[in-house]
Design a protein around this ligand. Structure first.
Ligand code: ADP
Length: 262
């Protein structure tokens, strides 16, 4: 039954991705063909001003489509997940340097965790890439600097709390990435999981980060939640299901019991 649920979630995530993809790819093609048609029309009429405007319109669309295809190929290659028992705190500890380097000196980073974080069953490289992506989004939301907090905790969701998150009741590890950045309007928040939705300039955002994270987390039996307020900042919270029963982690002696670093 659990396998079936995972399958269903996978299909849901893939369906959302391909549905949104067809739509957005179509929009890009419209920009290309629209630009070329306008160009042809002006040339036919002998109006040779503003030609570069239509050329760049077609070029922008084509460049974006090419960038999206690249990202998509990378995405489909990584679709096969290899979940393994994982200590999220240890995974984060191994990423502290790269995170700090990626977000730069203008942003103060805090890593926080309570003792005895439960192990989870997850594809660790995918979780690493998801976390880095969330940190990059947080950085982009704080162009003038600010604070980034990465926090883990054990969370037990009773029937009611779980239903509110669209999850089965049970034990979860929560991973929160909080920034003091621009925040999101409700309109943006509603669309952030759509593939190719981005508010960033052409060439800077692909709009695939959060849709990929959503697909991956849902496939892993978890959930993604956003808390955001314009002018205050954003918290992205991942719920990831606890690994049931007693399990040996790759190296139980290295399991971090307690860390709080600022
Ligand atoms: P991209 O980063 O390429 O735009 P994402 O799917 O990662 O694609 O994000 C989609 C959009 O969600 C962003 O363009 C931005 O508008 C919004 N967003 C994501 N994370 C944050 C954040 N931490 N603060 C404010 N806005 C965010």
């Amino acid at each position: 039954a659990e396998e079936q649920l995972r399958q269903a979630q996978k299909i849901e995530a893939v369906g959302q991705l391909t549905g949104g993809l067809a739509h957005d790819f179509n929009n890009l093609l419209t920009a290309v063909t629209g630009g070329l048609e306008l160009l042809a029309m002006r040339i036919a009429k002998g109006q040779h001003d503003q030609l570069d405007r239509y050329i760049s319109m077609a070029q922008n669309g084509a460049h974006r489509a090419a960038a999206l295809t690249q990202r998509l190929l990378a995405f489909s290659r990584r679709q096969t997940l290899a979940p393994k028992p994982t200590d999220v705190d240890r995974l984060i500890a191994g990423m502290e340097d790269i995170i700090v380097r990626t977000i730069g000196p203008a942003i103060e980073v805090t890593f926080a965790s309570a003792p005895g974080l439960w192990p989870i069953l997850v594809d660790a490289p995918q979780l690493e890439s998801a976390l880095l992506n969330l940190c990059i989004n947080a950085r982009d939301a704080m162009p003038e600097g600010g604070k980034l907090t990465i926090e883990t905790a054990n969370k037990t969701l009773d029937a009611r709390a779980a239903a509110a998150q669209d999850l089965p009741a049970g034990d979860y590890v929560s991973l929160c990435v909080t920034d003091t950045g621009t925040g999101m309007t409700p309109e943006v928040m509603e669309r952030v999981f759509d593939p190719f939705f981005t508010t960033k300039p052409i060439g800077e955002g692909t709009g695939l980060g959060l849709s990929m994270i959503y697909g991956f987390v849902r496939q892993s039996g978890g959930q993604v939640r956003i808390y955001s307020e314009v002018g205050t900042g954003t918290t992205m919270r991942l719920y990831l299901p606890r690994l049931p029963g007693e399990h040996e982690l790759a190296d139980p002696h290295e399991t971090s019991a307690s860390r709080h670093r600022a």
